[in-house]
Structure formats: C-alpha cells, structure tokens
Design a protein around this ligand. Sequence first.
Ligand SMILES: Nc1ncnc2c1ncn2[C@@H]1O[C@H](COP(=O)(O)OP(=O)(O)OP(=O)(O)O)[C@@H](O)[C@H]1O
Ligand SMILES: [Mg+2]
Length: 500
Amino acid sequence: MQQARSPILELQGITKSFGGVEALRGVDFALYAGEIHGLVGENGAGKSTLMKIIAGVHPEFSGRFLVNGQETRFRSARDAHAAGIAMVHQELSVAPDLTVAENVFLGNQPTNRLGIVQWRRMAREAGEQLARFGINVDPMSRLGDLPIGLQQLIEIARVLFSGARIVILDEPTSALSPPEVERLFTTLRRLRDEGTGIVFISHFIEDILRVSDTVTVFRNGRKVAETASAATTKGALIEAMIGRGGEVLEHSYTDDLSLPKPSDGPVVLKVDQLSLARSLQDVSFEARAGEVLGIYGFMGCGQQELSRILFGKLKPDSGALIVDGAAKSFASTAAARRAGVALVPESRRAMLFHQEPVYKNVSISILDRISALLLKPAREREIAKHQVEQLQIRPPVVALDLGMLSGGNQQKVALAKWLTYPPKLLVLCEPTRGMDVGAKNDVINIVRDLRARGLAIIVLSTEPETVLSLADRILVLKRGALVREFTNEPVSKDRLLEAA
Ligand SMILES: Nc1ncnc2c1ncn2[C@@H]1O[C@H](COP(=O)(O)OP(=O)(O)OP(=O)(O)O)[C@@H](O)[C@H]1O
Ligand SMILES: [Mg+2]
C-alpha cells in the first residue's frame, strides 16, 4: 500500500563500528509517513545504534542517509531535531532537577519578545499536554521526585507532542503498566493517522505485532527480516531474532499456569503491617527460604516504596520488618545489607557506573562486603568473568566500560553484582526489564538456581509476564494494599490484571 510513496527516511548500507566492534553492517532501513515501524532483535543486535544514527547522536558511520529523498548528514542531535526527528532514548534522559514543565519544554521553552521564559504559560501548557495523555501531575513539581514510570511517561509525552514528523521510541513501555501502554498506543495510532512516521522498539513482541504496521528484525548488526505485521507471527519473529524455537522461550501466559504448593522453608522475612502515608496501608506478608515471591501491581501501586523500605532507603510510618526472627529497623542501606538483604533496583542508572569497566561494576557489591580482604584487580576480573559467562553478557569483555554495552546487557550486569556472594534475601525490582527473550530465560534460570540454594527472593514488577515467569507465589498490590494472594492455584495474565 505504501509502495507508491517515497519514504520520509531512508538509510542504505549503514555500517557502524565502535572501536573494533561492528555494531551494524550494511543495514537498509526505510520509514514512511503514516507508518508505525516495529524493531525487534536480541540485546546488542544494533537497534539503538541505528536509531541513534537517525537521531544525530552518532554522526560517524558509513552509508547513505536520506530525509525526504535528500541526502543528509547530521552532525548532532540538534541537527536531527531541526529536521523534525525526536527520540525517546532507552535510558531515561530526563533532567531530574528541573520541574515537570521544564522537562516537557526542554530546549524550547516559550518566551516573550524579550526572550524571557513565560513560566505561567509553560506550566499551564505542560499541564494541558500531559492531561491529554492522561497524566495528572503538578507541572511545577520536581521531576526527580516522581516515580520512574511517571518520569518515563512525561518524557514520552514531551517527544510525542514536540511536533516532530519522525518519532523514535526505544523501549518506551518498560516502566509502564498495561493501561498506560494502551494510552500510549492510542496516541501513537492517532499520530500515525495524522502522518507521523514512528519507529517503535520493544522486546514485547505481542505489543510490536499489535501496534506496528511493519516489523524489522535485527540480528548481530544485520537486518535479517522485514515484513508486514499482519503477515507474521510471534514465533516466526523470535525464530528470526535468535534462530531458536520461539515458542519454548516466550510464553504469553494467557492460559492458566498452576502455582506450586507454598514452600515450607523457614521464614526469612516477615513484613508486619507496614504503612506509609499515601503509599502503603497495613502491608503484611512473609518470604520463605527457597521460594520466589512475586509482588505484582500497576505502576504507582506502592511497589517502589515497598522495595525502598526493605532496603532501608525509606522509613515507614509504622509496621515492622523481621529478618530471621529478629526485628530490624533498617535505618540505612548499610543496615539492610548487614542483615543480608540485597536489592537490585529498577533504575539501573542508580546502581551502575557507566564510566567504569564491567568488572568494577560487578565487584562493587562484593567490595563493600569483603573489603577487608583487599580484593586484587586480577581476582576481581576473574570473578566478573565468571558472571559474564554465566549470564552470557555481550560482548564478554570485562574490561569494557559499562556505557559501551547495550541496554539489556547493562541490566544483566546489574544482576551479576549480587550473584557472587548471594545474600539471604534478594529483592529484584523489574529484573528482566529491557532484556530479550533469550536473556529473560537466562535470568529465570539464575533465579531458580538461587532459589535452590535456599535464598528467599522477592520479585517486584509491573509486568505480569515477569512475575508469572519467576514466582512460586504471587501477591497483588493495589493502591498500597495487598488485595489478593495467588498460591497453589491457577493463575494467568488475565487473572492478575483483574485482581490489580
Ligand atoms: N557507545 C558505544 N561504545 C561502544 N560500543 C557500543 C556503544 N553503543 C553500543 N555499542 C555496541 O554496539 C552493539 C549494539 O548495541 P545496541 O545498543 O545498538 O543494541 P540493542 O539492539 O539496542 O540492544 P538492547 O536490546 O540490549 O538495547 C553492542 O555490541 C554494543 O555493545
Ligand atoms: Mg537498545
């Protein structure tokens, strides 16, 4: 149907290397006005790299680049912006210290004739734009004080309403709950119908199939398939992505799954009537050794606050935490760690050091555990190497700076930190966010291995698939209260969504 028209964006024979690593090889890609184009591929396949070339972030590459049929070369993100291209990056790139309104208008604040920023107008318009997107938040609040999912929504809103004719969304739904994803898709379809060309990257293949008109598959820096969404299936896409049987790896969890009998291991953590103003009400549960407890709920249900309390970063108004039978106050993160609690938070930026090599990032948690032993760099690297192999981190080079890894591989490093000296209780927030189906499977196996070693594991997620794939028992958190427990019974995505 679009054959007759010419693309608004066309890339031919794109090759891009970082040092010795070839991230893209001979890639052709075209985007049409009024098209939603889905991109899928394993972690490190080159999706973000290609999009960053389009968005002017990587000016160095070889191949032809045409915008509206004109050969173009961007020197910076600013050039791309001027050409009507806007991108939501995989890693949240908001300015946490600015207000919501400033973030919405980042780089193009409304000014009067004297060049003075019109604050009131900016706040009002930001508020209106966000409300259209279903976000009700005070435009003058500091962005960094809002939950990650909300920050992500605000960034998406900024890009969608920037007036760009080409919009790139790199993993935009990772922190969103199902109703927000729906709202995003409605907005994307509307923009598409108004003639915007949209690129949508996701590891949720069902979402890709549902929202995009065309799908392109990347594998090892090459484009291996391009097809109309209507003419393909999830299994076929996964097969093209990784060359293994897709059905085995990716379940859709629409059918009932039966949860096992609850573990009779000792109670490692008892949470007793935890309350926190406006976030949590009388939350009580137990986590036992040898079980994976899933806590599911929509964004903003109180999960983030709960995890922060467990790790001593937030003080509850009332309630108690009992670890191995002894009440703990968890006055600090250090106290939580001493009690044997480890946390992998949802924002990987907060825990990782992009300018440091991979092995340092893996060993940092170990260092504060056994700093007295004065870990030698060689030993440090050796430990990291083992984790890199076990988690199949790509590329498997521990001396590489973390910032050079793809998003999904960085997430694996965040997990690797805790696997060398496992704690008693491991709290994982969104452990597989941004990972491809193969990597998710690796994480499932690692979590099962830790469970078999007798750890108590709590998995908090806003993705039904994540808790369904990992948990033995599932609690549903809704507006700060536990409303349902699934144990030793059938559960499915629908049943979870219904309870939440
Ligand atoms: N700034 C960089 N410096 C060095 N290497 C890089 C850089 N950015 C990406 N790479 C490498 O390029 C390859 C492609 O990475 P890219 O981020 O495009 O993958 P991706 O398909 O987006 O993966 P993911 O699903 O994990 O986000 C990877 O091998 C990665 O390590
Ligand atoms: Mg990426």
